[in-house]
Design a protein around this ligand. Structure first.
Ligand SMILES: NC(=O)c1ccc[n+]([C@@H]2O[C@H](COP(=O)([O-])OP(=O)(O)OC[C@H]3O[C@@H](n4cnc5c(N)ncnc54)[C@H](OP(=O)(O)O)[C@@H]3O)[C@@H](O)[C@H]2O)c1
Length: 303
């Protein structure tokens, strides 16, 4: 299953996420994902694992006889964050960041380059102009944003610049962002869902991997009578597969991350069943608002 980013460029809907996997562990994980059949890999400058991802892609191409064009690779610009004492990237340093990512990945181009978050208030449009230029240079095939709300995209539109091909945002039954997703659909901006598995009781339970907001999102009784457990039993799959399949049925690309071989395989096996209309409608009513990762904030306001 693929989603169109442009008339000619399509992205496999099931991608492999690599956040919180270090440079050493990411190589076997991505290689295993390629063996299982994933053909879309998501990394980022900020994950510090682009070298390992690149090694796995080259090893996978050799072992599996794949060509570069068989694998869809996304990486992201870390825009800088003055609140963390990191200067915002300029037009020029954005171009340099992509060049560094390509050299770490040992690739001539990436398929999708995203601005990781709308953090660089004063440089946001300059960074976007740099991405547009990188697409013209052929160093990135498509460009997009991540964690952008409606106002951030309107800022691009008002400047008369091309709109993003995609917006990568946290989406799962507890954070459905209806206003933002319908705006993206109306503007032909492809939606990529991340952190699809937040409602699992085991989501990022390893030390240092949790999100402070996860506990706030969870409600008393979630563990005992999780509707996803009941749906999983009904369809004969795991809860994770139900959550991933929901994203696909909403029309989103998904990026499950795992370092466990069984789960890497299981998360790719999401096409053999379908969530019925009644369950999709029941899930529609489970929205609990903003997500647990980056705060998108008020969808109509610029920070
Ligand atoms: N643009 C952004 O700002 C942004 C933010 C967050 C994420 N992302 C991207 O989206 C990807 C996915 O999001 P995520 O990493 O936050 O979380 P996720 O994929 O929703 O969930 C990962 C967590 O679930 C566990 N898990 C995975 N498969 C499972 C299964 N079948 N059954 C039970 N547990 C399972 C993993 O543990 P094990 O590893 O032990 O299996 C890990 O604790 C990231 O890796 C990254 O590429 C982007």
């Amino acid at each position: 299953m693929r989603l169109a980013l442009t008339q000619d460029i399509h992205m496999p809907m099931v991608g492999f996420g690599t956040y919180l996997i270090n440079n050493d562990d990411v190589q076997p994980a991505v290689l295993e994902a390629l063996r299982v059949g994933y053909r879309h890999i998501d990394t980022a400058e900020a994950y510090g694992n682009e070298e390992g991802v690149g090694r796995a892609i080259h090893a996978g191409m050799q072992e599996l006889g794949l060509l570069r064009e068989d694998i869809f690779v996304t990486t992201k610009l870390f825009p800088g964050n003055e609140a963390w004492g990191q200067p915002a990237k300029t037009y020029q340093s954005t171009i340099e960041s992509l060049n560094q990512s390509l050299s770490k990945l040992k690739l001539d181009y990436v398929d999708l380059y995203l601005i990781h978050a709308p953090l660089a208030q004063k440089q946001r449009l300059e960074q976007w102009r740099a991405l547009v230029a990188l697409r013209q240079m052929g160093k990135v095939r498509t460009i997009g944003v991540s964690n952008y709300n409606v106002a951030h995209i309107e800022e691009i539109k008002s400047a008369g610049l091309p709109l993003p091909n995609a917006n990568q945002i946290e989406l799962h039954p507890w954070s459905q962002k209806p206003a933002l997703t319908s705006y993206l659909v109306d503007h032909d901006i492809t939606i990529i869902a991340y952190s699809s598995l937040v409602p699992l009781s085991t989501w990022r339970t390893a030390p240092g991997q949790d999100s402070a907001k996860t506990e706030i999102m969870k409600q008393a009784g979630d563990e005992a009578d999780s509707p996803f457990k009941m749906m999983a039993q009904k369809y004969g799959v795991s809860e994770a597969q139900v959550l991933l399949r929901w994203g696909l049925q909403k029309g989103y690309a998904i990026l499950p991350k795992s370092t466990n071989k069984t789960r890497i395989r299981q998360n790719f096996d999401v096409l053999s069943f379908e969530i019925d209309d009644a369950d999709m409608s029941a899930i529609d009513k489970m929205d609990r608002g903003d997500g647990v990762a980056w705060s998108i904030g008020d969808p109509t306001q610029l920070p």
